[in-house]
Design a binder for this molecule. Structure first.
Ligand code: COA
Ligand code: MG
Length: 344
C-alpha cells in the first residue's frame, strides 16, 4: 500500500475522535456526527527499563525483568560501531517475540534521534518485519518539525515493509533533552496530537532526558537535582496538559537503592508517572514508589465515599479525619483510585 493510501486510511479511521484537538483538526468535516472512540487501554510505565539492543547477556534477562516497559535501545546505550548490530538483533527479537516471554512488560524500541542521521535506518529495520513493537521511543525531540519528519519516515518504512500489522496502533514516547525542547514542549505535544491522525502512532508519554539536558544548559548535576527542578516541573505540567504520562530522570548510581527509593518517591509526589531505569535491581524499587500505597488507597476510597454522602446533603466542604476536604482533595483522591484500577 502507498504511503498516501495508508495516511488516508488512518485519517478516515480516526475522523470520529472526540477530543477538542481532533475536532479542530477536522473542522472541514462534520463534527456533529462525532461518535465516541473507545478508550485506549492505559499502559503503565512506572519503570521504563533500558536494555541495550546489541547486548545478548542483557537481552537474555528480558523474561525476568518485570519492568512495565522494556525499552530495547538503539540509541545512547549502544556504541556507535554497534548500531547496526543492535537494530538487527532487535528485528530478530521482534520476529521471535513469543519466545522472549515479555510477560506483562511492554516491548518497545528506542531509535536514534532524528538529527543523528541514523533514525531512518533504525525505522527501516525495526519496522521491516512482521511484528511491530508495542511502542517506539524517539529521543532528543527538539522541535515539532522533527516529529513531522519522523512520522513521514515511520509511515514510509511501514508502507515499504507491506507490514500486515500496519493498522494496529503503536505508542509514541517522546524525549525532551534540551533547553530548546523544553521551551517548545507544548508545540511538540500539540504536533504529536495532530500527527496521530496520520499514522498508527499514538503519543502516550514524555520522558525527561536529564543528563543530556544538564549538558545542554551547562549545569552541574547534584544529588538533590535542584538544577533540574524547573525543567522537571515543566515536563510534568505540559505532559499532563496533553494527557500524556511524564517519566522522570535516571538514577545513575544504580547500587544506591535507598537513594533511588527517595528520589522515586519525590518524582511520584511531583506528578511523574514513572522513572527511567538502567539496572534490574532498580525495577521493584521504582515500581513500588510509583504505585499508590495500601494506606493511600484506603484514605482515598473512604474520602470519596464520605464526599458522596456530603454532596447529597448539599455540602461542598466537610471534615475528614481532622482535615478540611473540598473538590481539589476529592480530585486527588480520584487520581489515586484511578491509578490503582489501572495497575490491577
Ligand atoms: N538490562 C538487562 N540486564 C541487565 C541490565 C540491563 N539494563 N543491566 C545489568 N543487567 C544484568 C547483567 O547482564 C548481569 O547479568 P549477567 O551476569 O548474567 O550478565 C546482571 O544484570 C547484574 O548486572 P551487574 O553485573 O550488576 O551490572 P553490569 O556491570 O553488567 O552492568 C551497567 C551495569 C550500568 C553497565 C548496565 O546496567 C547497563 O548497561 N545498563 C543500561 C545502560 C543504558 O542503557 N544506558 C542508556 C540509557 S540511560
Ligand atoms: Mg538521552
Amino acid at each position: 500500500m502507498s504511503r498516501i493510501g495508508f495516511c488516508l486510511r488512518r485519517l478516515q479511521g480516526r475522523a470520529s475522535g472526540t477530543t477538542a484537538a481532533r475536532r479542530s483538526f477536522f473542522t472541514s468535516q462534520s463534527s456533529s456526527q462525532d461518535t465516541s472512540e473507545p478508550q485506549r487501554k492505559y499502559t503503565p510505565r512506572r519503570a521504563l527499563m533500558y536494555v541495550p539492543g546489541n547486548d545478548d547477556r542483557k537481552l537474555a534477562k528480558i523474561p525476568s525483568l518485570g519492568a512495565d516497559c522494556i525499552c530495547l535501545d538503539c540509541e545512547d546505550g549502544v556504541a556507535l560501531n554497534k548500531k547496526e548490530e543492535a537494530r538487527n538483533k532487535i528485528r530478530r527479537l521482534l520476529d521471535d517475540r513469543p519466545k522472549w516471554n515479555f510477560g506483562k512488560s511492554e516491548c518497545s524500541v528506542r531509535v536514534n534521534a532524528v538529527g543523528s542521521g541514523m533514525c531512518a535506518d533504525d525505522l527501516n529495520v525495526v519496522l521491516g518485519g512482521e511484528n511491530l513493537p508495542d511502542a517506539v521511543h524517539l529521543p532528543k525531540v527538539d522541535d515539532p518539525e522533527e516529529l513531522t519528519w519522523f512520522v513521514q519516515r515511520y509511515n514510509n518504512a511501514l508502507a515499504e515493509s507491506e507490514n500486515e500489522e500496519a493498522s494496529t496502533t503503536v505508542s509514541l514516547v517522546m524525549f525532551i533533552e534540551s533547553a530548546r525542547a523544553l521551551l517548545r514542549l507544548p508545540e511538540i505535544c500539540a504536533m504529536a496530537e495532530q500527527l496521530k491522525m496520520m499514522s498508527n502512532l499514538v503519543p502516550e508519554a514524555v520522558v525527561f532526558g536529564s543528563d543530556d539536558f544538564v549538558a545542554d544548559i551547562g549545569a552541574t548535576r547534584t544529588t538533590a537535582a535542584t538544577e533540574l527542578l524547573y525543567a522537571r516541573q515543566k515536563v510534568v505540567a505540559v505532559a499532563k496538559a496533553f494527557e500524556l504520562q511524564a517519566i522522570d530522570l535516571v538514577h545513575i548510581d544504580y547500587k544506591d537503592l535507598d537513594g533511588l527509593k527517595k528520589y522515586s518517591e519525590e518524582g511520584a509526589r511531583m506528578g511523574f508517572t514513572g522513572k527511567q531505569v538502567i539496572h534490574p535491581s532498580q525495577v521493584p524499587v521504582v515500581q513500588s514508589a510509583f504505585s499508590p500505597s495500601e494506606e493511600k488507597i484506603e484514605w482515598a476510597t473512604n474520602l470519596i465515599k464520605e464526599f458522596r454522602e456530603h454532596e447529597k446533603a448539599g455540602k461542598g466542604a466537610f471534615t475528614f479525619r481532622g482535615h478540611m476536604i473540598d473538590m481539589p482533595l476529592v480530585k486527588q483522591a480520584n487520581n489515586i483510585v484511578q491509578m490503582k484500577d489501572r495497575l490491577s
